[in-house]
Write a protein that binds this ligand. Sequence first.
Ligand code: SAM
Length: 280
Amino acid sequence: MEKPLKQLLIEHGLNLKKAFGQNFLTDNLLLGDIVEKAGVKDTDTVLEIGCGAGALTRHLAKRAKKVVGYEIDTRLKPVLKEIVGEFSNVEIVFGDIMKQKMSDVENKLGGEYIMVANLPYYITTPIVMQFIENAKNIKAMVIMVQEEVAYRLAAKAGTSDYGAITVGINLRGNAEVIIRVPREKFTPAPNVDSAVVKIEIEKDKFDGVDFIAVRNLVRIGFQNRRKMLVNNLMNGYKLSRADAENALISCDISTTARAENLTAENFVSLANCLKNIGVK
Ligand code: SAM
């Protein structure tokens, strides 16, 4: 951003709102790096959620074919006009992304797109899951999250960071941490460090799978993550030990495994095995 953020905010008489998670990035090198590592090309359409004062939007606009940004805080209208108004490939929609219909958002984007978001931490997980489960044309998600959450999203099976949300992501793609962002890079600085995670969506991964059944199994499996999976299956589905063990054995999963040992592929095949023995 050419003008310092503080000056911009003073000129527009704005004070930042904590409730909207308004911690803004101002470091141009870092912003350029995020867009570079996100892999945005001049043929790409980008959905940016939470444009703020437009610093990231500006970098995206210089690289992408088209940027559609959503911002909840209408007080930022004049700021965004000043910062990205000169770009004819940028359209800003003022509204709460949580209240938009997925089909309306995707119609506006008009085809495949990359989602980029630096959001308040309390809505990041619902937004990620919303797009993982319902978005049809998404190619990748590039999201800034609290550092510890970033490692959870990108965790490998068998590690303590691996959980239900990791499996949820792995059902549609793969996540990796692309940049660490120390708290001092934000104005004002939050209490935690952050990291940017890129989730590549693999088209047609697990095509034809009953996602509702798999998600239910993942929820049951991680209900008590310290317990062996067999016990969570018995409790969650009201199964006898013999039936729960047979389901695991029939898909080559150890009867002593815990949910954190199972890959997304394991969960998909176990959901099938359970279906085959009539478990709902
Ligand atoms: N992208 C900017 C940056 O990197 O500096 C701003 C990031 S700031 C952490 C989050 C932005 O998301 C704020 O401008 C806030 O007003 C906006 N926001 C918060 N909740 C939102 C929601 N539900 N829908 C759309 N925007 C939201």
